[in-house]
Design a protein around this ligand. Structure first.
Ligand SMILES: Cc1ncc(COP(=O)(O)O)c(C=O)c1O
Length: 409
């Protein structure tokens, strides 16, 4: 019987994997073009306009607005939809804290609900149960390598007259019945931070198909200035993206279509093989998903089948395949970096202060995902060959075969 690499056996793979970000001469060329032009000002400049047009086409959207990051995109999306003081916004408990923090930034109340175990995306039944007369919006997050159930969410939103902001920070290029992610709801919010599938180090965009919301977003990002007088000036700050960021994104975008397809193809293959291994459950891909983007490749680990905690499995697997696991999120009701009651500005009424306490929400599915079940790997490895994917599965299968050794590893 084979011996685990952590026990001195031969590893399945020692070869390195694809690293991130992928960059090339095209980034250099476009960056130098901006540098030499001296046209460094942000706001409706040539690189930004070209990127907006191309990213909108890639995403099958009508309008794109470039912003500083994928946190202010959420904030300005809520502001564009006129969501503010005391309004309730329903968010999932399993996400990066920015999804809920953006609600606080517009004085709204994030109502945190649990996720579906099969996708780790917001549970539509719990969304419906959480609706009150104060509810104004839902923010589904398309998390890791899954899409939220947008048919159900849009039905609920229409029935209760709610707005939908899709948090697509992790989902550039996904498609739901061939519709682009981000324009199924009212506004889509994207992040171009360093770890994302298209990156300029920091950056973000909002997409919308609605002309009025486009005007609002364009004004909100630009100190409130209206685009050619379509709306009257509104109060806002400076949230513009620079031309240097837009130049890098333009170059990155040239590879995104091919990379998105390759990741999806490899993930489908991985899932089909991993599903054969006991105690491993691939994430649910609903038939409406016609293309799935991957920020992380995730599956569910059942420690009762393996007889060992996830930590032991991950240590052994990393040694076998030379690839470490990626970050998973803490549930928002106990996340280290989500502390609404540490900011005096949030204490504008006693009721609000109580309402934003995350500890009042119960999130058992998030707890299980974070505590024992969710296994994630960052997206670059999905750009490998089929043989690379076989190494990954062979590593998992070997650790399963040797699982008796995990107990004392
Ligand atoms: C789901 C989600 N929403 C929002 C953000 C915030 O994006 P940014 O880091 O660009 O502010 C992130 C970033 O990781 C994210 O994963």
């Amino acid at each position: 019987m084979a011996r685990l690499a952590i026990k001195g056996g031969e590893a399945v793979r020692t070869k390195a994997w694809q690293t991130w970000p992928i960059k090339g001469e095209r980034e250099e060329e476009l960056l130098l073009q901006v540098l030499r032009s001296g046209d460094w000002a942000a706001g409706n400049r040539p690189m930004e306009e070209e990127f907006c047009a191309k990213f909108a086409a890639f995403s099958r959207a009508n309008h794109c607005v470039c912003l500083m990051n994928g946190t202010v995109t959420l904030q300005l999306a809520l502001e564009a939809l006129d969501i503010g003081a005391g309004d309730e916004v329903i968010v999932p408990g399993y996400t990066w804290q920015a999804t809920a923090a953006a609600c606080l930034d517009v004085n709204a109340i994030p109502i945190i609900v649990d996720v579906e175990p099969e996708t780790y995306c917001i549970d539509p039944d719990l969304v419906e149960a959480a609706i009150t007369p104060r509810t104004k919006a839902i923010i589904p997050v398309h998390l890791y390598g899954s899409m939220a159930d947008m048919d159900r969410i849009m039905d609920i939103a229409r029935k209760h007259d709610l707005k939908v902001v899709e948090d697509c920070a992790q989902s550039h290029g996904s498609r739901w019945r061939e519709m682009g992610v981000g324009v199924i709801g009212d506004i889509g919010s994207f992040s171009m931070q360093h770890s994302k599938v298209i990156t300029s180090g920091e950056g973000g965009v909002c997409l919308t198909n609605d002309e009025y919301l486009y005007d609002r977003l364009a004004a909100l990002r630009h100190c409130g200035r209206p685009r050619q007088g379509e709306v009257s000036p509104i109060q806002s700050g400076n949230y513009r993206m620079t031309e240097f960021q837009a130049a890098v994104l333009l170059a990155q975008l040239e590879r995104l279509e091919e990379q998105t397809n390759r990741r999806d193809e490899n993930a489908i293959y991985l899932n089909s093989r991993l599903a054969q291994i006991p105690g491993i459950t691939p994430m649910l891909r609903r038939p409406q998903v016609t293309r799935q983007a991957y920020f992380s490749f995730v599956f569910r680990y059942d420690q009762t089948v393996w007889g060992a905690p996830r930590r032991a499995f991950l240590q052994a697997l990393s040694a076998e395949i030379n690839l470490g696991p990626w970050i998973i999120f803490e549930p928002l009701n106990k996340a280290t970096l989500y502390n609404p009651q540490t900011k005096k500005r949030h204490h504008w009424s006693e009721d609000y202060w109580q309402a934003i306490d995350p500890a009042r929400f119960d999130l058992p599915v998030c707890d299980k995902a974070y505590g024992e079940e969710c296994v994630a790997f960052h997206h670059p490895f999905l750009l490998g060959t089929k043989a690379d994917m076989d190494d990954f599965v062979d590593g998992v299968a070997k650790v399963f075969d040797c699982r008796a050794e995990l107990a004392d590893a």
